[in-house]
Design a protein around this ligand. Structure first.
Ligand SMILES: *Cc1c(COP(=O)(O)O)cnc(C)c1O
Ligand code: SF4
Length: 357
């Protein structure tokens, strides 16, 4: 899309998206090295950095830069797998994963507002085959035929990159299924392209309650005035907001950053929901921390700040076992009928146990 051709009435988010950097030649600063390798990186895993997110980068190599700029280490695939969560193995129809008894993950968009270098679906985001009209039709048919599905989680790609009209059609079709109790949308839009959250979008979404949105912020710098407007607008439309953060080496793998992030999320009415240990997805190994790093951060949050700030720390098991929650150890032993407990500050306590009957 050429900038000249776009009329003035084009919404600002579409203009921002159309001005995204998708080739090495359009980077603001010429590459000094690795050009040929980086071409290979982005031919395998697409690049998209929209001008809004680009504008938040303060310095080369900073936490936002690392999330969106291609890195030669993405070609280093040792030990990693393309589909770590075996989403395709638990997929009765293309684009839908039914892993847990009562809920499904349903991919309805192939596109995102940016392409995150750590994405666990990087094998397929940005490719139009990820979600097609036909796969969406089949997915809705599957949900309709499976009465045990009471929770539908829309993802992608990013569902909020669909046009309002198309999103409305999909949501209406799901809402018309009587056994579906709640609809959830997983989206990085409030973080990566908050201008997409227009008053019209909020008005559309509120027709499909109970509707929940899980956004995806990874760093406090992402919580800008624009992101705040977007989240407040969704919250004002009655949509409970959660956040799924990924623990990423060199981005947010320290207590100060995550403490600041979770507190700031609450100020924009977003409840931290999950903190994920990074998945062993091919092309993302350089982002993975040790499990202990995550547990140490959880120990530093729990009790030291509002319980509302504390997400569930979870690991999504390789091969599709689902999410397993992990907690630092607070129960350190037993003494007869007493539990030996350690509190958040590291002090030990004896607490009476009851009887299991
Ligand atoms: C994460 C996920 C869900 C939702 O899990 P919750 O713990 O309920 O948020 C559902 N299906 C799949 C395949 C998932 O990966
Ligand atoms: S927005 Fe989400 S799905 Fe899209 S590339 Fe980023 S992490 Fe992956």
């Amino acid at each position: 899309m050429s900038k000249k051709v776009m009329a003035n009435d084009v919404p600002i988010w579409k203009r921002l998206l159309s001005e995204s950097i998708e080739t090495l030649d359009s980077l603001p600063r010429p590459l000094s090295a690795h050009r040929e390798k980086l071409e290979r990186v982005i031919s395998r895993y697409p690049m998209r950095i929209n001008p809004y997110y680009l504008g938040l980068i303060e310095a080369e190599g900073d936490p936002l830069y690392r999330q969106c700029m291609p890195d030669v280490r993405e070609l280093d695939d040792a030990g990693a797998v393309a589909d770590p969560l075996n989403e395709e193995g638990h997929s009765p129809v293309p684009g839908l994963t039914h892993r847990y008894p009562d809920r499904v993950l349903f991919l309805v968009s192939s596109e995102c507002a940016m392409y995150c270098r750590f994405c666990n679906r990087k094998r397929k985001v940005g490719r139009s085959s990820m979600a097609t009209d036909a796969s969406i039709e089949q997915g809705i048919g599957y949900i309709r035929a499976h009465e045990e599905v009471r929770d539908v989680l829309l993802s992608g790609g990013d569902p909020l990159l669909l046009e309002d009209a198309r999103l409305g059609e999909i949501l209406s079709a799901i809402r018309a299924i009587s056994h579906v109790e709640i609809i959830r949308i997983g989206t990085r839009v409030p973080c990566a392209l908050p201008q997409r959250v227009t008053p019209e979008l909020a008005m559309l979404l509120q027709k499909f309650h109970p509707l929940y949105i899980n956004t995806h912020f990874n760093h406090p710098v992402e919580i800008t005035p624009e992101a705040s407007i977007a989240c407040n607008r969704l919250a004002d439309a009655g949509i409970p907001l959660g956040c799924q953060t990924v623990l990423l080496k060199g981005v947010n793998d320290d207590l100060t950053t995550l403490m600041t992030l979770t507190r700031k999320l609450l100020t924009i009415r977003v409840k931290p929901y999950y903190l994920f240990h990074a998945d062993p997805a091919r092309g993302t190994s350089h982002f993975r921390t040790s499990l202990n790093r995550g547990l140490d951060i959880m120990r530093g949050l729990q009790g030291h700040t509002s319980g509302l700030c504390v997400p569930h720390f979870a690991i999504d098991l390789l091969g599709g076992g689902g999410k397993v929650p992990l907690l630092p150890e607070y129960l350190t032993g037993r003494d007869g009928d007493f539990l030996l407990m350690t509190n958040y500050a590291g002090k030990s306590y004896r607490h009476p146990d009851g009887h299991y009957d």
